[in-house]
Design a protein around this ligand. Structure first.
Ligand code: MN
Length: 487
């Protein structure tokens, strides 16, 4: 299905037809030019001058599934009471682009005609007031529309809107329940559906086993060939790899049949399965499916959403777990991994398929998994937790690094990083915020994008970055707690 954004220009009828014709022409030009720089097309819809025009275009935007969000701009004063009825019913993400057609104030040519065409400086303020008055969860982006930095920010906001849609249509397939006794992977699935749109339901592991039995050898051959194309095979146990292929095919069939884009399982419930899905889960994530281990449906859905927000609709993001620290002064860093399941989209090189013994769970056979090092670069880790009565999204900026040691005996994919502002402050803030051990690690979705996403979904957002101090952060959590209870 096509994905597009609508450009709605605010005006009024005081200035005569010629001004309006010029504005329409310019708006069309802006939409066309911007579309070349943006990941999704921006469609110029209307230069709106009345309450009914605005109400109509917003009704249309709500109804049209191809519209992922609207961008407004007021080239001139567009009296904002005209916007109230439309905005009161707006169901799509909304960005206010505070820009102007002209880059410069032309010294010689400037006259009142020029001023009538270029009044965004006060038009966008009147427009901004009503958004604030109506407490609209909107994004405001200011700057010249041809500035690549401005375009980059619009592009990022568009990707956020993709994440909003993926969230609102998210279905998570749970194979079995959460790992016994674990608190942070629990949560209110009804609240998650009301706020985030997620349909989180369970399917029997026995049904998966039946589905696996029905997978043909030819189907396994085909997927095995794809594994060979993408990964090096570093094991003699071909049967284990083929078993993972069988698991992957069966899970994919069940998810596709039910419209699920994410799944969770647990090593405590593998009845009738020889191996915990490792390679199978990793290769499903590589295709954009979300995954959460130990029944963690929240991180599973978030993995799918954040991947969809990334480059080309399936970015470099992975299910991750904080595993162990390097606490040597001056060289502090974290090592993230999981017992098997890290998405190869974050790999620095070509992953290799290996088989190793896995002590945890009910594995009769050594599960095949992808082993690789994560790439270096700026990234974030994100965790969604249920505070009881509301959801909180915690995001920390990190700098992923090339692992400072080889770790030849570590049989799993690993990513090493330096948490901001520093290891200890990062840990203290994360723990005070209640962040989980499971996260989504992303290289192409940043904290601003997740803040935008949280604002649209109307959930709490906190950010740990280079300027964070424990003192200020603790206060923020305290005030947030009060504020969210009042909402
Ligand atoms: Mn885990």
């Amino acid at each position: 299905m096509k994905k597009e954004f609508w450009f709605i220009v605010g005006s009024q009828d005081l200035y005569g037809d010629e001004v309006l014709r010029t504005v329409a022409k310019r708006a069309q030009e802006m939409a066309t030019e911007l579309s070349k720089a943006l990941p999704y097309p921006l469609i110029y819809k209307v230069t709106a001058m009345s309450n009914s025009q605005i109400t109509d275009v917003i009704k249309e935007a709500n109804y049209d599934d191809s519209c992922y969000g609207i961008i407004t701009w007021c080239h001139t004063f567009s009296p904002s009471k005209m916007w109230i009825n439309g905005f009161a019913n707006l169901q799509k993400p909304y960005c206010h682009l505070a820009t102007q057609y002209n880059l410069e104030i032309p010294n010689e040519e400037i006259d009142m005609d020029f001023m009538n065409l270029n009044q965004a400086a006060h038009g966008d303020r009147e427009h901004g007031f009503i958004g604030t008055r109506m407490r609209m969860p909107r994004k405001v982006i200011a700057g010249y529309w041809k500035d690549p930095e401005v375009q980059k920010r619009i592009a990022k906001w568009m990707r956020v809107c993709i994440g909003v849609r993926v969230s609102r249509t998210m279905k998570v397939m749970r194979y079995g329940d959460n790992m016994r006794e674990v608190a942070v992977t629990e949560g209110d699935k009804v609240e998650a559906q009301i706020k985030l749109g997620w349909q989180v339901n369970t399917w029997a592991v026995g049904d998966l086993v039946k589905e696996m039995a029905a997978v043909t050898e030819a189907e396994v051959d085909e997927l095995f060939a794809e594994y060979k194309k993408n990964y090096d095979i570093n094991t003699k146990d071909i049967a284990a790899i083929r078993y993972q292929a069988r698991e992957e095919i069966a899970m994919k069939k069940m998810m596709d049949r039910n419209g699920c884009k994410a799944f969770a399982n647990t090593f405590q419930d593998l009845y009738g399965m020889e191996q915990l899905p490792g390679l199978a889960s990793q290769h499903l994530m590589a295709q954009g499916y979300g995954y959460g281990a130990e029944g963690d449906w929240k991180v599973s859905a978030m993995t799918a959403i954040i991947k969809a927000m990334g480059e080309n609709g399936n970015g470099a993001s992975a299910f991750m777990e904080d595993y162990t620290y390097h606490l040597v002064k001056g060289k502090e860093c974290s090592l993230g991994a999981h017992m098997l399941e890290v998405c190869p989209s974050v790999a620095a090189g070509r992953p290799r398929i290996e088989t190793h013994h896995l002590g945890i769970g009910m594995n009769e056979k050594d599960p095949a998994r992808l082993v690789f090092e994560g790439k270096a670069g700026k990234a974030i880790v994100a965790s969604l937790i249920d505070m009881g009565g509301r959801m909180r999204l915690i995001v920390q900026d990190i700098e992923a690094i090339k692992p400072i040691m080889e770790m030849p005996n570590l049989p799993v994919a690993r990513v090493m990083w330096k948490g901001l502002p520093d290891l200890a402050t990062g840990i203290e803030c994360w723990i005070m915020a209640g962040g989980a051990h499971h996260t989504v690690l992303s290289y192409d979705v940043d904290a601003e994008m997740l803040a935008d996403w949280a604002r649209i979904m109307e959930i709490e957002f906190v950010h740990i970055g280079k300027d964070t101090t424990t003192e200020k952060f603790e206060k923020e959590l305290f005030f947030n707690d009060i504020a969210w209870k009042l909402r």
